[in-house]
Write a protein that binds this ligand. Sequence first.
Ligand code: GCU
Length: 618
Amino acid sequence: MKQLIKYAFLLISITTQAYAQDNLITNIASRKSVSLNGSWQYIADPYETGFYDYRYTELKESNPDAYWNTDVPSNKTEKKEHGYTDKYSLQVPGDWNHQKPEFLYYEGTLWYKKSFDVKKINTASRYFIYFGAVNYRADVYLNGKKLGMHIGGFTPFNFEIPAALLKENGNFLVVRVDNKRGADEVPTLNTDWWNYGGITRDVKLVEEPQTFIQDYFLQLKKPLVGKAPAARPEAEGWVKLNNWKHGEAVVISIPELKFKKRVVSANDSTALSFSLPKLQLWSPENPKLYRVVIATATDTVVDKIGFRTIQAAGKQVLLNGKPIFMRGICIHGEIPDEVRRAVGPQDARILLNRARELGCNMVRLAHYPHDEAMTRMTDSLGLLVWSEIPVYWTINFSNEAVLQKAKAQLKEMITRDHNKASVIIWSVGNETPISDTRTRFMHSLITTAKRLDSTRMISAALEVNYAALKSMNVIDDPLGQYVDVVSFNEYLGWYGGLPDQCRKANWSTPYNKPLFISETGADAKGGFHADSLTRFSEEYQEWYYKEQLDMLKRMPDNFVGISPWVLNDFRSPKRNNPLYQEGWNRKGLYDDKGNKKKAFYLLQSYYKEIKARDNRNK
Ligand code: GCU
């Protein structure tokens, strides 16, 4: 029996390790690459004909009927029942749902194919195919050979191309994308957002030297609790070299500070620890970024990094040693008026400019890692970020493979953004139902997050114990013992009675930690006006915000901020009121055409008062 159990665990560990990537290349914008964005040909394949034979057995790699193999008959007698042609093409990056009316609700497999040439293959280089994200599962093939498989719809991944496989002409790149929801996936079957499928972010052919800078982490050392960083702050971190060789040296330079430091690497992870000259700390008021150059004998990477410290200290959140109040808003990665996934800097600017107009100094990027253009822009605009993996609602917490899938997405999220000063909170989930199994699962994620990045705060939207005490709602979720910020979603007045419920509501937590409202909101159909008791009217939503904002005056002294739900109306298959919703969640402060609703102005003036209060207290 013991042998059996041993082999079962061995099998689980082998299969679950399949999800973790250990060669993710960071700061892809700084690498030598060729974009593979643009028009890709496709085959929609709901019956998985390109992947399984008629007995539903996975096709062998060399099988000519497999959709990863050439669609060109070798002679006129050869039978081909698949093919790629411009008549069936999609733009990459981009979800398929908004590109073809027949794909609006499509959940299944779709094959993408791109032929490309390489001007000059450098035999001394290594080549990778990089994806910003593919929702949900991607199987990637080049010239008939499988490069790898990735699970997770919102994080980057890359596969190395075996040297002999890449050709100068006519490379045949095929990606099988499957966005079917699954009970043992992350997220699981049930989400309150649209299941946009496809190659939703950038695709690049990346060229690296034999030994290259794969990843690095550079942050200010966390100061003593409550202390501001020193005038000449201590920096620490590491540089990870891929295919490290003895004697490699890493040079870190920050030209504007006339700083240069050479560190000889003792192994593939070179530890960094040094004092920096006097510098401008990054903050929302002064989002100062420095050009940082990381170089070895064969590779150079240039990044823009802000230096700041962030920590939860007792009842407060301290940025650069000073308490802050987070004037947030939740944002989905979607452009509502075009009904599509957001991608790229222009979309990021649309979404973040709206948050700035609201008077925010923080955004909660719900409920999954957004495109890297968002966190690049929050760095330069000065917006604090809550970044989250989609461990959402009823995940299968008892399944080890599901935990590994969640950990893989957590690792990819942190690896991609751990040098972005604006990111201050890693969230491991949202509204997960309390059980011992769930708390063990979530605690394991928190432990992993802290191991990967000890410099940022960890949180999650916890469960609320309503009216635990008379008119006192208590956030005593057991997960609260492991997070740095106790956060919770509440909808008093939308999901619980009418907004006047707020008048007698109070909130507390037994944890001596900062308390944050990570969601609150009510639906309103933009342009629908009635009295304030009429559900879905702008006036109801306005009343809701008025009562909520009045309630905030009674929050306890560890209240550190709020990120109402939600900046924009967004698509959801769960919202089917034929008059007011029609497949849209209407809790946006902007409607799906970009018009502000009346409640927008209430929150905007509240944030203006808070900002003035905090400036007075500086
Ligand atoms: C939940 C959930 C959101 C959802 C919102 C709502 O709290 O976190 O994803 O959209 O409430 O019901 O509108």
